[in-house]
Each structure stands twice: as C-alpha cells, then as structure tokens.
Design a protein around this ligand. Structure first.
Ligand SMILES: *C/C=C(C)/C=C/C=C(C)/C=C/C1=C(C)CCCC1(C)C
Length: 248
C-alpha cells in the first residue's frame, strides 16, 4: 500500500479545466510525434534536402524535451515555466533561421545572412526574457517588449523584402514557394507570441490579459503551429522538388 501511494504520488492530476496543463501535455505529444515523422522520413529525400528535414526534426525534438519538463513544472508548481520556455526558444528559433538559410543555399545564400537572422532572433528573445522575468515592474515589460518587437520586425524585413527575398526569387520553384509560406509563418505565426506576452505581463496593454487570454496557452498554441508547421513546409518543399526530379 505504501509502495502504491508513493508510486502514484509521482503523478500529479490534471484538473479537467486546467487548459494550460492540457496544452502542455498535447504539445509534448505533438512535438514527439512530429520529431519521429521528420527523422524517419529524412532518408527518402534527395541529399540536398536531408539536412533541412533533419533540422526540422531537431526543432521539434528540442521542443519535445522542453515540453516534457514544462508540463511537469506546471503540474508541480502551477506556475509558468518561463525559464525553460526561453531556453527552448533560444535553441529552436535560431535553428529556424538556419532553416531559411538552408533552403536558400541553392540560390547562393551566404552564411552572413544566417548569422544576421540568428543575431536578431537572439536579441528578440533575450530582451523578451528580460521583460518577462527580470524587469517585471513599472514600464519594464513594455519597454523590453518593444525592443524585442523591433528585433522581430528586422527579421520580418530581411525575409520579406531584404536579401532573403531576392535569393528566393532567384531560386524559384519549390524553394520560392517554401520561402513565401515560411515568411507568412513568421509574420502571422510568430505574431502570436507578443499577444501571449501582453496577456502575461503588466503594461499599458493590460486589457489583453483582462480579456481572459492566458499567456501559456497562447505560447503553447504558437509553438505547435510554428515548430510543426515550419517543419511541414520544408517537408512539402522536399516532396515537391523530389517528385519533380523523378518525373524528369
Ligand atoms: C518555437 C518558438 C518560436 C517560433 C518562438 C518565437 C518567439 C517570438 C517571435 C517572440 C517574440 C516576442 C516579441 C516580438 C515581443 C514580446 C516578447 C516576445 C519574446 C514574446
């Protein structure tokens, strides 16, 4: 009996209305399933696509491990696992920048493009973390969130109008289609995060939280959409370009 109770004590209950706990759980499963999918399908593609698919799998795999922790953290403390959240992002968002570079490599993308994007993504995340976890009072969150937003728009500019766009147009075909879709993911999908930030921090935008929106649920939805979605865009591009080569 003692053994049984101590065994069961390891597992915390999820209340039926604990939507944060629920989305952590489902997010974790979805990231694991997506990783298995990307890793196992990798070798059916042409060499030049394999690294891109591998990176898609790494992104969802890193997220799966973090979601495993975040789910437990939430279940134990009923608090937002801010630290794990940002460790996850600071690893996976730069990998998404690498993904842009990898698909544009056929058009001659330079490493400098990748490093530029990685730099701005790290600025975006570090300043976001400061606003969410360190400078959490007064004008802090709004100010740091604003700086983070500027870095975000620099990334949007590079891929929509800058060097990345020119390269995608030169490449054409499956690369251009994939690039365009990824651009929409960054403009619309990534914009989910600042909404979560506004819902969870204090500032002039407190009305967002008062609407009943929850930061963790919004972040969890954002992660599922963006990490799995990004990977699937790259996967479709690989499928499209591989089947074209078979026909030819
Ligand atoms: C897989 C994780 C991804 C794609 C995370 C993306 C995160 C962002 C685009 C976060 C952006 C933020 C702002 C633009 C302003 C407020 C602070 C942040 C960090 C939430």
């Amino acid at each position: 009996m003692n053994l049984l109770t101590s065994m069961f004590a390891e597992v915390s209950k999820i209340a039926t209305d604990d939507y944060v706990g629920f989305t952590f759980f489902v997010g974790c499963m979805a990231m694991m399933a997506a990783s298995a999918f990307f890793f196992l399908s990798m070798n059916s593609f042409d060499r030049k696509w394999r690294t891109s698919i591998l990176v898609s799998g790494l992104i969802t795999f890193i997220a799966a491990v973090h979601y495993w922790y975040m789910r437990d953290y939430w279940a134990t403390y009923a608090e937002s696992p801010t630290f794990f959240r940002y460790v996850d992002w600071v690893l996976t968002v730069p990998l998404m920048c690498v993904e842009f570079y990898l698909i544009l490599k056929v058009a001659g993308a330079k490493k400098s493009l990748m490093w530029q994007m990685i730099f701005w993504s790290v600025v975006m995340l570090v300043t976001g973390y400061v606003g969410e976890a360190i400078a959490t009072t007064g004008a802090g969150p709004a100010l740091w969130g604003f700086i983070s937003g500027v870095a975000y728009f620099v990334i949007v500019y590079i891929i929509w109008f800058g060097e990345a766009k020119k390269l995608a147009e030169q490449a054409g075909g499956a690369v251009l289609t994939a690039h365009k879709t990824l651009c929409w993911f960054v403009l619309v999908g990534w914009a989910i995060y600042p909404i979560g930030y506004m819902a969870g921090t204090e500032g002039w935008y407190s009305f967002v939280g008062e609407l009943g929106l929850n930061m963790d649920i919004i972040y969890n939805i954002g992660d599922a959409v963006n990490k799995i979605g990004f990977g699937l865009v790259v996967y479709s591009a690989a499928v499209a370009s591989t089947s074209k080569e078979v026909e030819a």
